[in-house]
Design a protein around this ligand. Structure first.
Ligand code: BGC
Length: 776
């Protein structure tokens, strides 16, 4: 755990340069606008440790699978989130010496992500080995009001010398992905051009032919006054820029504003890429840096009115939640239904691919409450569109009859993950996709979604499960072998309770929904049966027999569900018996030792209890939580939030708070020692859930919003906004009281600890909880 980031409610601040943590700060200072993403690296060349990363949503590279021992069923490729054109680059030479913070003495360094206004700021004073001292200030943003534009402003003051500054603003496609399997570069140049004050370059990916164009223009100022300086165009392979030589007198400040347009073949025909990129950079220059920044900031302010969670009395917690909400909204806006939310978003290369079960299990609940209903619907339709590929994927593994296995990791519906114990065995992801359909319908009431899309997906998934169980003569029950549950610190286990439980639920839910449609719209029902070749008499009958006779490992003595067969034979120890030098286990222990240990990476049995809490009484939840949580090392970012929500429900206030801090400050404090690879974007939705569903106890039951609020001891209050079935509601929780403000046009009923209240349209109401009367 690290604590070099300053606590501030609206900013992420690195004060003093920490080269040893540079990759972490670069991740933390990432900016994005849903279409483009940029790590917080420096504009000028830096020879120290850095992870270069400029990304374009939906542009990826299928890197040929490289494994030691090829297994049938492996996909041919692993999708890489592609490092794309470096658009921020401006190299600086001071009297002939390059400015490189790795070779200077650096003072007064500040790198600051301003979340309220949505930009990245940096300033420092550097003294070169040759004695020249400069002060530098930079600001950059990826516009959310014109999402093809990236802008930056770079000011440099000659503090103790007169002489010459050379500025080299450039665009560079000659970039690498650190995780490329064959040290290959992924971009090929198509065309470029340079002229005084501008450059453009168009490149395409070596596979799949994604074409990306970038164009830049710039303005120059001396002490704030516009200047014109001659420039030498500079070009090399995949690189285009300008060399600008500027004489300076001691004390003068030179400022360059760079206006970049970036577009791709996802949105334009290839023939227009060049001109569209140029148009975008021209648009940005015409508007000007400050005007576009003002518009961008205003748009962020508007967003914050809808998405903010305010916490009074705890600045670390406040900074944490805002950081999570900010990064999530920078990554995915819901504006383009071809896109999804990668575990690292646009902040690093790790995890390749874009879509994991994280989207359904963690992100959809967040978007259900904070965005228009169409956003979560689109995320579901994304999977609907991949149903054919999921059926092919299952066929490759030997399933048939329309059984669908959704990929563990995907860009376009094809599996692109290649570790057999995950690709073939971590099949619980199928369950999360079905659960998200249920979640969406439960929240929105949009049952029609089932008839239009959902049911076909449910049928494919249910068919997979029906084939994945087999009958054990010895047990006289159905069992499921060769599984990896959410806890990836166990592989290839038999009867993983969570997987079997969600599989059984999927089969029952699908059968129930088929019945619903049959009663509701018989012609659509028949259409779906025909389309899917579904044989009611055979399939439904078998599902019924199967689901009534599934084996679930259970320990009578402790009254807990067993994570898998044989779990109790392990040496059971709490995680707090581990030395801190042994954590995180995945970096300190051999894989073999991890697999044999009892330590749990993330919620597994507890993930099931979290999803299906209404199936269990509170004693059962408590017994399972008390048994599993102490053995959990929370080394997946997806873990603390689920535990925080369960702990809040059980009234374990301190645990809920600790887990909340851990999820919300996971990257800020680098709990798992891996923020250098990028941020944990998908788990950020879990952080939001731990406030709203955890402390707020928000659930939707029988079409009504329910709250079971609690206030962490350190907090004076917290406040969030949610959207629900055409209404928008602000909820503020203070000690023993909850205040609602409705922005909708109709009355809405909500339950607080089972007490039903009616909120008038456009009205506010305060209600006490914990049986404490309100004193006005
Ligand atoms: C977790 C998975 C998750 C993936 C991407 C892994 O560490 O174990 O559950 O899907 O990260 O976030």
């Amino acid at each position: 755990m690290k604590n070099y980031i300053k606590i501030d409610e609206w900013k992420i601040i690195e004060e003093g340069f920490h080269p040893e943590h540079n990759r972490i700060t670069e991740s933390l200072c990432s900016i994005g606008n849903g279409r483009l993403g940029q790590r917080g690296m420096f504009e000028e060349n830096y020879s120290g440790d850095t992870l270069q990363g400029s990304y374009i949503a939906g542009v990826y590279f299928p890197d040929k699978t490289r494994v030691g021992w090829w297994k049938n069923g492996y996909p041919e490729y692993f999708a890489k989130v592609l490092n794309s054109v470096n658009w921020i680059g401006i190299n600086i030479h001071i009297n002939g010496t390059p400015l490189d913070l790795n070779n200077c003495s650096v003072r007064s360094f500040v790198r600051e992500l301003n979340m309220l206004d949505g930009y990245l700021y940096r300033s420092f004073i550097a003294k070169l080995a040759t004695g020249e001292k400069v002060k530098v200030e930079t600001k950059r943003f990826l516009s959310i009001t014109d999402d093809e534009c990236g802008l930056l402003e770079y000011s440099i003051t000659a503090m103790n010398f007169s002489g010459e500054l050379v500025l080299v603003p450039y665009l560079d496609f000659d970039v690498v992905n650190e995780d490329s399997n064959y040290d290959q570069k992924f971009w090929e140049e198509i065309e470029k051009s340079t002229a005084q004050g501008e450059a453009t370059i168009v490149a395409k990916t070596k596979k799949l032919d994604f074409v990306v164009g970038a164009a830049m223009k710039y303005n120059l100022f001396k002490d704030g006054e516009p200047i014109k300086m001659p420039a030498l165009p500079t070009e090399r392979k995949k690189y285009a820029g300008n060399i600008v030589m500027i004489p300076v007198v001691e004390g003068e400040t030179i400022t360059i504003q760079k206006f970049v347009g970036i577009v791709s073949s996802l949105n334009y025909p290839v023939t227009l890429i060049n001109s569209k990129a140029m148009e975008a950079s021209f648009r940005a220059q015409q508007k000007g840096f400050h005007q576009l920044l003002n518009e961008h900031s205003e748009a962020w302010h508007k967003k914050w009115e809808e998405i903010d969670i305010k916490i009074e009395g705890d600045s670390a917690a406040q900074q944490g939640i805002r950081f999570n909400i900010f990064q999530l909204h920078q990554t995915y806006t819901g504006a383009d239904d071809r896109l999804n939310i990668g575990p690292k978003g646009f902040t690093g290369e790790k995890y390749g691919g874009s879509t994991y079960w994280d989207t359904e299990a963690y992100c959809i609940p967040f978007y259900l409450s904070t965005a228009d209903e169409s956003v979560s619907r689109n995320l579901l339709i994304y999977r609907y569109k991949h149903l054919g590929k999921a059926i092919e994927n299952a066929q490759k593994l030997g399933f048939n009859g329309g059984a669908a296995l959704y990929p563990m990791v995907t860009m376009n519906g094809e599996e692109c993950h290649n570790e057999w114990e995950i690709t073939f065995e971590e099949i619980h992801r199928n369950g999360a996709i079905a659960y998200a359909i249920y979640d969406y319908i439960n929240y929105t009431g949009d049952q029609q979604y089932l008839a239009e899309y959902g049911l076909e997906v449910l049928i494919g998934i249910a068919r997979f499960w029906a084939q994945r169980f087999h009958f054990s003569q010895a047990k006289n029950q159905y069992v499921m072998h060769g599984v990896t549950g959410p806890n990836e610190y166990e592989n290839n286990v038999n009867n993983n309770w969570y997987t079997s439980y969600i599989a059984k639920w999927c089969l029952n839910y699908c059968a129930e929904m088929l019945e619903w449609l049959k009663n509701e719209d018989i012609s659509r029902y028949k259409e779906i049966l025909k389309k899917t070749f579904f044989d009611e008499n055979v399939e439904l009958k078998f599902w019924k027999e199967l689901t009534s006779n599934i084996y679930f490992p259970f320990d009578e003595e402790r009254g807990v569900f067993l994570q898998q067969d044989g779990f109790l034979d392990k040496e059971l120890k709490p995680a707090n018996a581990l030395e801190s030098s042994e954590r995180p286990l995945n970096q300190k222990w051999s894989w073999d030792r991890i697999l044999r240990s009892c330590f749990i990476k993330q919620a597994d049995v507890l993930q099931g209890i979290y999803f299906f809490e209404d199936h269990f009484d509170s004693d059962t939840i408590k017994r399972n939580f008390d048994f599993y949580e102490p053995m959990t090392v929370h080394e997946s970012s997806l873990s603390p939030c689920v535990h925080s929500i369960l702990a809040a429900g059980l009234g374990y206030e301190e645990k809920a708070y600790d887990m909340y801090l851990r999820t919300s400050r996971l990257d800020l404090d680098d709990y798992n020692n891996d923020a250098c690879d990028g941020l944990h974007i998908t788990s950020m939705a879990g952080t939001w859930m731990s406030v709203v569903k955890g402390f707020g106890g928000m659930r939707v039951k029988d079409g009504l919003l329910n709250f079971k609020p609690m206030l962490p001891a350190k907090w004076l209050s917290y406040q969030f906004k949610i959207k629900f079935r055409g209404n928008s509601l602000s909820v503020k929780i203070e000690k023993n009281r909850i205040t609602f403000e409705s922005f909708g046009t109709e009355d809405i009923q909500v339950r607080i600890n089972n007490q039903l209240i009616v909120l008038g349209a456009q009205a506010a109401k305060t209600v006490s909880f914990n049986n404490v009367p309100i004193i006005q």
